[in-house]
Ligand binder design. Sequence first.
Ligand SMILES: Nc1ncnc2c1ncn2[C@@H]1O[C@H](COP(=O)(O)OP(=O)(O)OP(=O)(O)O)[C@@H](O)[C@H]1O
Ligand SMILES: [Mg+2]
Length: 231
Amino acid sequence: MSSAVLVARGLSKDFTSGGQRVPVLSGLSLCVRPGESLAVVGRSGSGKSTLLNLLCGLQAPKEGLITVAGESFRRPRKSSERSDDDARWAELRRRSIGVVFQEANLMPALSLVDNVRLRAHLAGHATGGERGWLERLGVGAEADRYPDQVSGGQAQRAALAMVFAMAPALILADEPTGSLDRHTADAVADCLFAMQGDSGCALVLATHDSELAARCDHLLDLSALDPAGTE
Ligand SMILES: Nc1ncnc2c1ncn2[C@@H]1O[C@H](COP(=O)(O)OP(=O)(O)OP(=O)(O)O)[C@@H](O)[C@H]1O
Ligand SMILES: [Mg+2]
């Protein structure tokens, strides 16, 4: 079996609110291999977005080990360990981790095709295939429009084209269809799973949508873990 793209061991995360320590994640472990998908589900506030932020280095855990595409990050850090974590996370987000949010995060001053071209360029890939990605995602006809000239579903397809154009090892998607109607959400999800299958990348998908979660290979229910012990 191929080695994992993403491994997390013993992840814990707290926030401080009104002077009180609020545990969000505690002792969480997971492993996702190339081509696999993991749905992260749980009630609102259970820590889905927090987990995705930890897995792309936008937040640091209190404790735990995260390995993405062969790069390892540990908290608390031993004095002998490398302290260039921020630079290594930034490089991973540039080349290896594609992040998709509920609302497509396109640059408003660039057309859809230029958004995709910029993302591929930043990831170090030769440009030229941008229109092909948009066509595969069903928005080839909208390639020269600007983000404010397309629908939410079309913008989300362009956001997926950006992510696939960077050929990531791992995609982290936080409610990627949460702002779309059922029909459009299903169509965007079809594209996401088809292209993930073709590319062989790993996918971690945070969602409230049980139909979407059921399409993933594995399920992680954060409500069932409940670090505060209130359930
Ligand atoms: N920066 C922060 N400071 C303090 N508390 C935070 C911070 N970010 C998140 N939290 C808290 O951590 C908990 C988990 O939040 P998170 O956004 O990860 O939940 P979620 O599962 O993604 O929820 P939703 O389904 O509503 O998106 C919540 O109780 C939230 O209030
Ligand atoms: Mg969230």
